[in-house]
Design a protein around this ligand. Structure first.
Ligand SMILES: Cc1cc2nc3c(=O)[nH]c(=O)nc-3n(C[C@H](O)[C@H](O)[C@H](O)COP(=O)(O)OP(=O)(O)OC[C@H]3O[C@@H](n4cnc5c(N)ncnc54)[C@H](O)[C@@H]3O)c2cc1C
Length: 375
C-alpha cells in the first residue's frame, strides 16, 4: 500500500516511524511505502512549542483516562527502544493548591486517580523539598505528586522519530505544502503539492494538526476544531522560555498561577491558563512581551533564586477538537484523519492503533473518537 502522511508533528512523525519500521517477525504492512509531506520541518508546528506534559491526570472520564494511561505505557516502550533519549523526561509532576475550593478539587482528583490505580498521592512540604529543593511553596498549601508523569521536548522528539522513519525507508518531503486533497469521485487519491506535483497514494493520512481543517476543506470535509480566530477562543496560547536556569526544577510543577518545567536549552518553559485566555491572534506584540515578563515574575515567586531572563515568547495554537477528544479514523475512501489535542501524550499510542487498523484490525479503543461522530 502507498501511504501518504501529511504533517510531521509528533502525530505524523510517530505514525511514519511506526509504519516504516520493521518489527520482529514481519508485520502486516510489509511492502508498504511511506511518504511524509511536511510544509516546514519535523516538529516545527505545535509540537515544537507545546508544554508537552505526558499525563493521564484527569479521572473524570475513566475510558479516556485508561486510553491515556496506555499512551504513557507506549511512550515508555518507545523511549526504551530509542535508548531513553534525553528529550524524553519521565520525571514526575507536583501540583499544589492554595484556595479552599482548589484544594478540595485536588484532593478529589488524587482520590479518583488512586482509585483507578494511577500513581497519585498527597505529599507534605518535607517531601516537596526533597523532590524540588529550589521551590518555595506558600504556607498552608495542599500538594500532590504524580511520579509516573513527565514531559518530552516536542521538537527533538518529532525530529528523532522522523529521522528513524527515514532510516527505515520512509520518504520525508520537507519544505512543501499539500495544497489540496486530490479526488476521484468520492475517493481521495493523494495530494497536490505547492510546486504543482501530484503525489498519489492508496491511503492519505491527515496529521496536519491545527491546519487539518484547511486541508480537509479542499475535499468538502469539515473537521470540528475550535476556531482560533473566534473571539475568546480557547485555542490560542502563549509559552515563554527563559535563559538557562540550571537545577531550577527536577520535574513538572503546576502551581495555581504557573506551570513550569525545564526547557531544551536548560532554561524554563513557563505557561499559565489565565494568560493563555487573554491571548488571541489579534493581540499586539507588546502585550505578548508583557505576558512573558509576567510569567517570569510568577516564576520568581515560586523559585526565589531564579536569575534567568525571558529568552523568548511564542504564540501558538492548540489543535483543539470542540469536545476536547481526539478525532481519529477513516474519513472517506482513501482518507484517514489523526488530529488531537494532547497529541504529545497520545501521538505514539495513536500511531500503534492506526497502524493496526489500516492493516485490517479495527481498534476498539478508537471507537469513541471517530472524526465524523458529530454527524
Ligand atoms: C501551549 C501548548 C501546551 C500544550 N500542552 C500539552 C500538554 O501538556 N500535553 C500534551 O499532550 N499536549 C499538549 N498540547 C497539545 C499538543 O502539543 C498537540 O496536540 C500536538 O503537538 C499536536 O501534534 P500534531 O502532530 O497533530 O500537530 P503539529 O505539531 O502542529 O504538526 C502538524 C504539522 O503539519 C504540518 N502541516 C500542516 N499543514 C500542512 C500541509 N497542508 N502540508 C504539509 N504540511 C502541513 C505543519 O507544518 C506541522 O509541522 C499543548 C499545545 C500547546 C500549544
Amino acid at each position: 500500500m502507498r501511504i501518504l502522511v501529511i504533517g510531521a508533528g509528533i502525530v505524523g512523525a510517530a505514525l511514519a516511524d511506526r509504519l516504516a519500521r520493521p518489527l520482529d517477525g514481519g508485520r502486516p504492512g510489509e511492502g508498504d511505502t511511506v511518504t511524509v509531506v511536511e510544509e516546514q520541518w519535523p516538529g516545527a508546528g505545535t509540537s515544537g512549542t507545546s508544554y508537552a506534559w505526558l499525563n493521564a491526570s484527569d479521572p473524570a472520564d475513566p475510558v479516556y483516562h485508561r486510553f491515556r494511561t496506555e499512551a504513557l505505557r507506549t511512550w515508555r516502550d518507545l523511549a526504551a527502544g530509542l535508548g531513553d533519549p534525553s528529550w524524553y523526561r519521565p520525571v514526575g509532576n507536583v501540583v499544589w493548591a492554595t484556595a479552599d475550593d482548589a484544594k478540595a478539587r485536588l484532593a478529589a482528583r488524587v482520590e479518583g486517580l488512586a482509585a483507578l490505580g494511577y500513581a497519585a498521592r498527597l505529599i507534605d512540604r518535607e517531601e516537596l523539598r526533597a523532590l524540588e529543593p529550589a521551590l518555595n511553596a506558600p504556607p498552608d498549601v495542599l500538594i500532590a505528586h504524580f511520579p509516573d508523569e513527565g514531559y518530552v521536548h516536542g521538537g527533538p522528539a518529532a525530529q528523532a522519530l522522523a529521522l528513524r522513519a527515514q532510516q527505515s525507508g520512509a520518504d520525508i518531503v520537507t519544505g512543501h505544502r499539500a495544497e489540496r486533497l486530490n479526488l476521484r469521485g468520492d475517493r481521495v487519491t493523494g495530494v497536490r503539492l505547492d510546486d504543482g506535483r501530484d503525489l498519489d497514494a492508496d491511503l492519505t493520512i491527515c496529521a496536519a494538526g491545527r491546519h487539518a481543517p484547511a486541508l480537509l476543506a479542499t475535499a468538502g470535509i469539515t473537521l470540528p476544531l475550535v476556531d482560533p480566530a473566534a473571539p475568546g477562543s480557547a485555542a490560542p496560547c502563549l509559552v515563554a522560555t527563559t535563559t538557562p536556569a540550571p537545577g531550577a526544577l527536577n520535574g513538572l510543577v503546576h502551581a495555581p498561577e504557573l506551570s513550569a518545567r525545564q526547557a531544551e536549552n536548560g532554561g524554563l518553559v513557563l505557561e499559565a491558563d489565565d494568560i493563555d485566555a487573554g491571548v488571541d491572534e489579534s493581540v499586539p506584540e507588546e502585550r505578548v512581551r508583557a505576558a512573558g515578563d509576567e510569567l517570569l515574575a510568577r516564576g520568581r515567586t515560586i523559585l526565589p533564586g531564579l536569575t534567568a531572563r525571558v529568552a523568548g515568547v511564542r504564540r501558538c495554537v492548540r489543535p483543539l477538537p470542540v469536545d476536547g477528544y481526539p478525532l481519529v479514523g477513516p474519513h472517506r475512501p482513501g482518507l484517514y484523519t489523526a488530529v488531537t489535542h494532547s497529541g504529545i501524550t497520545l501521538g505514539p499510542h495513536l500511531a500503534e492503533l492506526i497502524d493496526q487498523e489500516i492493516h485490517g484490525r479495527p481498534a476498539e479503543a478508537l471507537a469513541p473518537y471517530r472524526p465524523d461522530r458529530h454527524g
